[in-house]
Design a protein. Structure first.
Ligand code: ZN
Length: 258
């Protein structure tokens, strides 16, 4: 994302910030991919205990301090590149196989990345793509449908796997330019929860930093595909400027204020 002058690294020390009453604080909540296919018992890509975080997410959705409550939805065409079944054997094992993915942006086709393959999940308009009913979606004011370009993965709600962002940059992958919407609302701080902690939540929290927001990931508000790697993931997030916090962190108290 080096070509984007509007992106800037942002986050400061969480503890200092929580005590600084003078610093501007305009928070938004991002609820990532709380969809049937990511949840037990029937999800095709179910994250262990994924459904159990819904009560905490509902508590957050009810906080009056947020100026925006966004829910993202993984939303793929049937021929999406991440579906193992769209690739020839033998390198088409869900969770295991890696393929070489090309940057779909014009003029960037020589740029490639390894892409892990997944079971078919969150096909647009399918039952598996629906928000789970436990999440109080009536409190959500914006839905973001991501991963719609069949040629590229999109874990983050802000950008595809190559960092292409915005409605044109992401090549039809997403229906909302989330960073622009949040800037329009003067958002300074983005709180990220949802599924999965080691993929879409992580990527969204990292890209929130790159987009210039203070980024907070609430640990009890996520579950991982590979829970054993969470401490390593947290180190990576912290090193990149994401504040990984607990649900009882002092900054959460500020969300009770209008
Ligand atoms: Zn997906």
């Amino acid at each position: 994302m080096t070509s984007d002058s509007d992106l800037a690294a942002g986050a400061g020390a969480a503890g200092d910030f929580a005590r600084d009453e003078d610093m501007s604080f305009v928070p938004a909540l991002l609820v990532v991919d709380m969809q049937e296919d990511f949840c037990p018992p029937n999800g095709s890509l179910a994250v262990q205990d994924g459904r159990t975080i819904a009560p905490l997410i509902n508590d957050l959705l009810a906080k009056p301090g947020f100026v925006a409550r966004v829910a993202t939805l993984d939303w793929h065409p049937a021929d999406h590149i991440s579906f193992a079944s769209n690739h020839p054997a033998p390198n088409n094992k869900p969770f295991v196989s890696l393929i070489e993915m090309k940057n779909p942006a014009p003029g960037k086709f020589t740029e490639t990345k390894p892409q892990r393959l997944w079971p078919i999940h969150c096909t647009a308009d399918s039952h598996g793509a629906a928000l789970i009913p436990e999440v109080e979606s009536n409190r959500v004011d914006l839905l973001v449908h991501k991963g719609q370009n069949s040629q590229v993965e999109m874990y983050s709600a802000f950008a595809d796997a190559f960092g292409n962002h915005g409605l044109t940059g992401a090549g039809g992958s997403v229906d909302v330019d989330l960073a622009s919407v949040l800037r329009t609302k003067a958002v300074t701080d983005v709180f990220v929860v949802g599924l999965a902690g080691d993929y879409c939540v992580k990527s969204t929290a990292l890209d929130a930093v790159k987009a210039g927001f203070r980024s907070w990931l609430i640990e009890e508000g996520t579950k991982c595909v590979v829970p054993a790697d969470w401490s390593k993931t947290k180190e990576e997030l912290s090193a990149a400027g994401v504040n990984v916090i607990h649900a009882n962190d002092a900054v959460i108290m500020r969300l009770a204020e209008v």
